[in-house]
Ligand binder design. Structure first.
Ligand SMILES: [Ca+2]
Ligand SMILES: [Ca+2]
Length: 236
């Protein structure tokens, strides 16, 4: 009895309690730091501080929550990375399908136009080839002769000219249900674009050493948006 009363009353370490609270709440770093400080103080207190068990529990929970958080971060990184890979693949597949359809429809158009295709210059390939595709396949702004790239071509209004053949209805700029038309915020189409929003390139320039096909070259600059790189999607 006298022995017990001669010992000073031990006090529970506030840091230990704090560590446990943080640990239970899965706040990892504070739980670990408070826990370690508490354990050291309790060890040096010569019995005046108690709560070693609380501090240990808080520290362990702190480490567990750091490990759990790390795993969650790694897993979510994998999920995001996987999703973006799938999206990239889907966009490439969509571009390949569009390329095949464009090639088929332009060939149909060319046959109907007696073999004539709008000639392009180097500037056209850069700046306007996307809209040449639209004129040919949607019949907008092609004039009374029904052929794109001739002197009677008119302004675009987003609708096929009277009597014009629509070769691919999905190029309708009003519904734009395939997002192939860029109107730059206005009513009138500015370019036929690939799944990455860049204009499709069309080249019909006899004598240009860059021209690959005898009829016409058609390509997307691909996911990287740069012309002439390995990811280009092209009809040669
Ligand atoms: Ca015309
Ligand atoms: Ca490219």
């Amino acid at each position: 009895m006298s022995e017990i009363s001669s010992k000073p009353q031990s006090q529970t370490s506030g840091l230990a309690v704090g560590s446990l609270v943080c640990g239970v709440l899965f706040i990892g770093l504070p739980a670990i730091v408070l826990g370690h400080i508490a354990l050291r103080k309790i060890a040096r207190s010569d019995g005046s501080l108690s709560g070693r068990g609380l501090a240990l529990a808080g520290t362990i929970l702190g480490y567990l929550s750091v490990v759990a958080l790390t795993i969650i971060v790694i897993l979510s990184g994998l999920v995001v990375g996987g999703a973006s890979f799938v999206q990239r693949k889907a966009a490439i597949d969509r571009a390949k399908v569009q390329l095949e359809i464009f090639e088929l429809k332009i060939t149909e158009y060319m046959t109907d136009a007696g073999g004539f295709l709008p000639p392009t210059s180097e500037d056209d390939v850069e700046a306007r080839s996307g809209i040449i595709i639209y004129r040919m396949l949607y019949g907008d702004g092609i004039g009374a002769d029904g052929i794109a790239g001739t002197a009677d071509d008119g302004a675009l209004d987003g609708r096929p000219d009277e009597g014009a053949i629509v070769y691919w209805a999905d190029l309708d700029p009003i519904n734009n249900n395939q997002n192939m038309i860029n109107k730059r915020g206005g009513e009138v189409p500015v370019a036929v674009v690939d799944p990455w929003g860049n204009p499709w390139r069309f080249r019909n320039q006899k004598g240009n050493p860059d021209q690959q096909n005898s009829h016409f070259d058609l390509w997307s600059v691909g996911p990287d948006g740069k012309n002439g790189t390995a990811d280009d999607i092209k009809n040669w």
